[in-house]
Design a protein around this ligand. Structure first.
Ligand code: ADP
Length: 191
């Protein structure tokens, strides 16, 4: 499963819950990249610079960081990729990796909410000592980047018949319930 959502939509929360619900791994691209950045070194510093600006980390770097976790998850029941892909070339890479591992991408869950709602949530998180990329300017940039670069994946997965769009401007429990209701209608194996 893929989890496609703008900053602040609740990808992390929903990703954790869905992984527990379906017995698969939750692989969050942003978390793995932050861990790599924290580790330092030239690659870590490069990643940290992109993340602090709210820019996308180069495709090959992201793929290299994610691949071991994806390979391992594929051998242990499957995965929910949270925050990957974020552009069309990553979508192609995700499809190729899945094919190579004998995994079928069953759903692309798209969580949507108005930018104003997302901005308030992220600023709230920042005020509680959240992430360094939760500043007003970087938030605006991340939301614009989502609209321009990741947004086109919505029609891409709609055409492939696996898009599940859910309103994220509700309580976390209501969002989870909506996602599960929609997924159960897809008649997926293992659900
Ligand atoms: P958010 O969705 O709120 O921006 P994430 O933790 O998913 O939070 O991502 C944080 C940052 O990590 C992004 O702004 C970007 O710099 C980097 N990142 C995460 N996923 C990707 C990806 N698939 N491709 C490139 N960069 C990514």
């Amino acid at each position: 499963m893929l989890l496609l959502a703008p900053p602040g939509a609740g990808k992390g929360t929903q990703g954790e819950r869905l992984a527990a619900r379906y017995g698969v791994r939750h692989i969050a691209a942003g978390d793995l990249l932050r861990a790599e950045a924290k580790g330092g070194g030239p690659l870590g510093e490069e990643i940290a610079a992109y993340q602090s600006r709210g820019d996308l980390v180069p495709d090959q770097v992201v793929l290299d960081v994610l691949t071991p976790a994806v390979v391992d998850a594929a051998a242990h029941g499957g995965y929910i990729l949270d925050g990957y892909p974020r552009n069309l070339s990553q979508a192609h890479a995700a499809a190729e990796l899945a094919a190579r591992l004998g995994v079928t991408l069953q759903a692309a869950v798209y969580l949507y909410a108005p930018d104003a709602v997302l901005t308030v949530r992220l600023l709230e998180r920042a005020s509680q000592g959240g992430r360094t990329d939760d500043t007003a300017d970087v938030i605006r940039h991340r939301l614009e980047l989502f609209a321009e670069t990741t947004g086109p994946l919505v029609p891409y997965y709609t055409e492939r018949g696996i898009l599940v769009a859910v309103n994220a401007d509700q309580s976390p429990d209501a969002v989870t319930a909506d996602i599960e209701a929609r997924l159960s209608k897809l008649s997926l194996p293992h659900t």
